[in-house]
Ligand binder design. Structure first.
Ligand SMILES: Cc1cc2nc3c(=O)[nH]c(=O)nc-3n(C[C@H](O)[C@H](O)[C@H](O)COP(=O)(O)O)c2cc1C
Length: 508
């Protein structure tokens, strides 16, 4: 294993600053395809359970998606209008995993497999583990979820201890843990990889919540847990892979005595691929956020933009729209960047915004500090070719119901320049921006807050992708930007940064 040395980031603000892109100062880096990250982990499994086929992955799916017997539409799932009283069993677990992280496109000539969620660079650094305390048709234990080959592999007969989740123990019988492997993202993004891990984890956590809703299972994201205990419970080497988020599935169960559980006995994992480069800064950025703020002082009036809005206007009521099956949307979602200059009608963009913002952070546990981090975020958009809306920079009210015009001189072409000159951005009708006051966030929530805001940004990104898919629009995430230029372009207050941008609009 190689080692890349750097100054330790003592804080989230410092990590973000340290990994900023500066024009003409990005050091050259050639991608070494002989060290391309493996798409899944390997273990000497204690048992393997095949996932039920046809639940989202392209393996076993016939041309017309005949396995699709889900009624839910994208709009219902995003709006939280589905009932969530189904029990968790192998069938629902298979569907949730297939719809959230299944392989939906295989490019056999290049050996690439694309998943139902987008991922920076198509690298899929996130892994999923399933801790089962009680399901009728899955034996109690801890499983690695191999959604590429389509099975659950038992790696410990003992599930995770409920004490891992604090300050409130999790009563759910089933819990999915999302981790990130540093090198899988660092292969391309080097020291900036922790940003992408968190954005990807946010996309995936939101995809799990949406998939669970679509199959009628209750899901709750948990950002707060005892990191060292979870690392131990998953038997991870935290120089390589770390836990980022958990999603509890199903209704609570009465906690049984821990003594009934089998002893801790982890399966042997496969060897690390030769040539894995370790960037110390990634583990340090993660470790800076181990502690959870006890009583965070959240200022719900945080101002991210330095200019007062010129005017406010309500987002119009959306008209009725064709709906699209959630199953179809997930299995056909792709990043599409071939934006056209076609006008977006007002009912269309109103419907889009409505889908994205309705119940945007529902599924967050209100008792957790992760929920309070939303107070430091703002969502904005650079618009063009939108019927009835002057092109420019707008921010959204928290419920997405009101648009505040910040500047009419900031246009999509300016954003394209700031985002590493990616020209396609200049043609998108809507360029969404997720911005946060990192300095205020960190003084209230500590460095752990960085995880929350970045994963929230990823969650918003996933909603944008799904809403675009339903309305036949293109969509693509943008993690690459000259960070200081972005702050200057958007007129952000000191301490505030652009976390993530996502383009959407009509495509050719
Ligand atoms: C966090 C994140 C950042 C991304 N950044 C960029 C970007 O800067 N430029 C780009 O062209 N695509 C970007 N993408 C899109 C990915 O390249 C794309 O998701 C990946 O290649 C997989 O393809 P698919 O989305 O079509 O399945 C990003 C995606 C994510 C989730």
């Amino acid at each position: 294993m190689g080692q890349a040395i750097s100054d330790p980031p003592v804080s989230a603000v410092r990590y973000h600053e340290h990994t900023s892109h500066v024009r003409h100062r990005i050091s050259p880096h050639s991608l070494d395809f002989s060290r391309y990250p493996a798409p899944f982990k390997t273990y000497e499994y204690q048992d393997r359970i095949s996932l039920k086929q046809g639940n989202g992955t392209c393996q076993g799916r016939n041309k017309d998606g005949a396995f699709n017997d889900l009624d839910a539409t994208v709009g219902q799932v995003l709006g939280g209008q589905t009932s969530c009283d189904e029990s968790v069993d192998l069938e629902t677990v298979s569907r949730i995993l297939g719809l959230s992280y299944g392989v939906t496109l295989a490019d056999r000539s290049r050996g690439l497999m694309f998943r139902s969620v987008p991922s920076a660079g198509g690298l899929y650094p996130c892994q999923m583990y399933l801790s089962v305390r009680k399901i009728d048709d899955i034996e109690t234990g801890l499983y690695y979820c191999d959604t590429v080959q389509g099975f659950l592999g038992r790696i410990n007969p003992r599930p995770l201890d409920t004490e891992i989740f604090f300050p409130y123990q999790d009563p759910a019988g089933v819990c999915l843990v999302i981790t990130g492997i540093f090198y899988h993202s660092a292969w391309k993004y080097r020291e900036r990889a922790f940003r992408y891990l968190l954005l990807d984890a946010g996309h995936l956590a939101e995809a799990v919540v949406q998939a669970a809703r679509a199959v009628g299972v209750r899901a709750r994201i948990k950002y707060d847990f005892n990191d060292p205990c979870l690392i131990q419970g998953l038997n991870l080497n935290d120089s390589l892979e770390v836990p980022l988020a958990c999603v509890s599935l199903g209704p609570g169960i009465a906690p049984g005595p821990e003594s009934d559980l089998k002893p801790f006995h982890p399966a042997k994992s496969g060897p690390e691929p030769a040539g894995t480069v370790i960037y110390d800064i990634l583990k340090e950025a993660y470790q800076a956020g181990i502690s959870i703020a006890q009583s965070p002082a959240v200022d719900w009036d945080t101002q991210v933009f330095n200019r007062k809005p010129d005017r406010m206007q309500p987002v119009p009521d959306p008209g009725p729209f064709e709906t699209l099956s959630f199953f179809y949307a997930v299995t056909h979602r792709r990043s599409r960047r071939n934006f056209s200059s076609l006008n977006l009608t007002e009912p269309m963009w109103a419907a889009f915004l409505n889908r994205v913002f309705t119940r945007i952070f529902s599924g967050l546990d209100p008792d957790e500090t992760g929920a309070s981090a939303t107070g430091f975020l703002e969502m904005a958009m650079i618009s063009q070719n939108m019927e009835g809306l002057t092109p420019g920079l707008y921010s959204f009210s928290w419920d997405g119901a009101t648009l505040a015009c910040r500047q009419t001189r900031v246009l999509a072409g300016d954003l394209a320049r700031v985002c590493l000159d990616q020209a396609w951005i200049s043609r998108a009708a809507m360029n969404f921006l997720i911005v946060a006051d990192l300095a205020a966030m960190e003084s209230a929530l500590g460095a752990r807050g960085y995880r929350y805001v970045m994963m929230h940004a990823g969650r918003v990104g996933q909603r944008l992708y799904m809403a675009a898919q339903e309305l036949g629009l293109g969509c693509c995430g943008i993690g690459a930007m000259y960070d200081k230029e972005a702050v200057a372009l958007l007129g952000l207050n000191p301490g505030s940064v652009l976390l993530y941008a996502v383009s959407a609009g009509p495509v050719k």
